[in-house]
Ligand binder design. Structure first.
Ligand code: FER
Length: 201
């Protein structure tokens, strides 16, 4: 299963509104370019009122708290109700902006749970790279794919650049996908399209 996480102003409907991941995946599956998978788009704000509200930036802590909800609630629930393989090599975690930061923070901290991690335009909630990957040898051994993407016109690119530089220095294999986009849905839709073609295969 692929868990797909939204941005600061988004919610559980964000990905499907701008990218229609079900259509992207169905077309790629029909072309034999993607391994069939379940894609889950949860609300990534673990707080009683999970709406972005008037000041979405105030909900930052709820994005961090979602780590436990994802691991203890969302993933076990899907795996108990749907026919999916429930091991690390069959779990991917990816997201845009705040969701990209969550994917790096949660995914790299739980390599026994996830083997495929993708961050598109990761936001400042991303932990420092040395905290994300304290033991590069473990990351090298366990990650099947680490995808770090950002557009050159994105004002947050320094976050992704920092992660990339550290991974490169430590020799942790990863895809560093930079293009001409900004902090925008085109960047996220394109990266979803590319990322899913590499996972679970
Ligand atoms: C910030 C700038 C942008 C920040 C978060 C974002 C937590 C998130 C952007 C998005 O999700 O699109 O300083 O701090």
């Amino acid at each position: 299963m692929l868990s797909l996480l939204h941005g600061i102003g988004g919610d559980e409907t964000e990905w499907r509104r701008f990218a229609r991941p079900n259509v992207v995946l169905d077309n790629l599956i029909a072309d034999g370019k993607v391994t069939p998978m379940i894609a889950v788009m949860p609300n990534g704000r673990a707080q009683k009122d999970d709406r972005p509200g008037e000041n979405p930036f105030a909900t930052g802590p709820a994005f961090a708290a979602f780590e436990q909800d994802l691991l203890r609630d969302v993933i076990p629930t899907i795996e108990s109700r749907y026919s999916v393989q429930a091991d690390r090599e069959h779990r991917a975690l990816a997201g845009l902006s705040m969701g990209g930061g969550q994917s790096l923070n949660f995914g790299l901290a739980h390599l026994d749970t996830f083997a495929w991690v993708g961050a598109f335009s990761a936001a400042p909630n991303t932990k420092p790279a040395a905290e994300l990957v304290p033991d590069p040898s473990v990351a090298k051994e366990k990650l099947k794919l680490l995808w770090v993407a950002c557009g050159k016109k994105d004002g947050l690119i320094r976050i992704s650049q920092g992660v990339h530089a550290y991974l490169k220095e430590k020799g942790v294999p990863h895809v560093w996908h930079v293009d001409g986009n900004a902090h925008d849905p085109t960047e996220w839709k394109n990266n979803l399209y590319f990322f899913v073609q590499h996972i679970f295969r």
